[in-house]
Design a protein around this ligand. Structure first.
Ligand code: CP
Ligand code: NVA
Length: 302
């Protein structure tokens, strides 16, 4: 594993190795055992979009591993004034030991990896959010103890989260069902791959998708960069694409609820269901730290 660009690039074995390392790092942190596995290393973090979890968990993660993280806002970098990503990659490769980037186009992340000579980590693009889903898989395993035979249901916009959840869920042997409105379905190539490689359904029918689910997952109706579509999207999603008591009633009685956050209460999830499952949702947020530390160690340790 040279980079962490999208989950399609990883085998099930590589994902399991990362999850095992993440569990170990979580244990060491909880027991206050120092783990300076990246002493002297520097991670650059390029952000073209806002972030709370990704920024803080990567920065704290590098600190706990004995290294350092640099926050690089694209407004301040020359990228913001048009310096090509190919040149930025070659320059930053001479100062840093790794780069985490959050941006719009997946092609930019792939270009950084192609032109740079250091590991690149995708911290979210319009196409996928692999760091989040690695933490999600870690959380599902913590609560459900296994992947095989489990049903993961995603309700809402077929976005970057959906794309990564489908790939991650199918790779780990889960059944994946997605409920999205027409015109807002996940990436067609990913859906085709999922149907050929596992048990996968995509339907506009929320209750059909949620039936007997072990895990219910949702995300915002309008992602970062789609602010101008928010009103139109609300008309399509409102009152239908939401995790609420009716949806919980058809899932397994012990179903867990997940959300990558930030959440919009009474839109994609009711405040009631959110609070009833807050323990799972915030454990999921914490696991970003542990899962990303595993990625950093795997990619940047000598
Ligand atoms: N879930 C997630 O990536 O959160 P941030 O946008 O706050 O980083
Ligand atoms: N789909 C959301 C995820 C945020 C973590 C977005 O891209 O804004």
């Amino acid at each position: 594993m040279k980079h962490f660009l999208k989950l399609q690039d990883l085998t099930q074995k590589e994902i399991l190795e990362l999850l095992n390392m993440a569990d170990q790092l979580k244990f060491e942190r909880k027991n206050k055992m120092p783990h300076p596995l990246l002493a002297g290393k520097t991670l650059g973090m390029i952000f073209q979009k806002s972030s709370t979890r990704t920024r803080v968990s990567f920065e704290v993660g590098m600190h706990e591993l004995g290294g350092k993280a640099l926050f690089l806002s694209s407004n301040d970098l020359q990228i913001g004034r048009g310096e090509p990503i190919e040149d930025t990659a070659r320059v930053l490769s001479r100062y840093l030991d790794g780069i985490m980037i959050r941006t719009y186009a997946q092609a930019e992340v792939e270009a950084l990896a192609e032109y740079g000579s250091i590991p690149i980590i995708n911290g979210l693009t319009d196409y996928c959010h692999p760091c989040q889903v690695l933490a999600d898989l870690m959380t599902i395993r913590e609560y459900k103890h296994s992947f095989a035979g489990r049903k993961l249901c995603y309700i809402g916009d077929g976005n970057n989260m959906t794309n990564s959840l489908i790939v991650g869920g199918i790779k780990m042997g889960m059944e994946v069902s997605v409920a999205c409105p027409e015109g807002y379905t996940p990436d067609a190539e990913i859906c085709k791959w999922a149907a050929e490689n596992g048990k996968f359904t995509c339907t506009p029918d929320v209750l059909e998708a949620a039936k007997d689910a072990d895990v219910l997952y949702t995300d915002v109706w309008a992602s970062m960069g789609q602010e101008s579509e928010a009103a139109q999207r609300r008309k399509v999603f409102e009152g239908i694409y939401q995790i609420n008591d009716n949806v919980m009633a058809v899932a397994k009685p012990d179903a867990m609820v997940m959300h990558c956050l930030p959440a919009h209460r009474e839109e994609e999830i009711t405040a009631k269901v959110f609070e009833e499952h807050a323990d799972e949702i915030f454990e999921e947020a914490e696991n970003r730290l542990h899962a990303q530390k595993a990625i950093l160690v795997k990619l940047m340790q000598d």
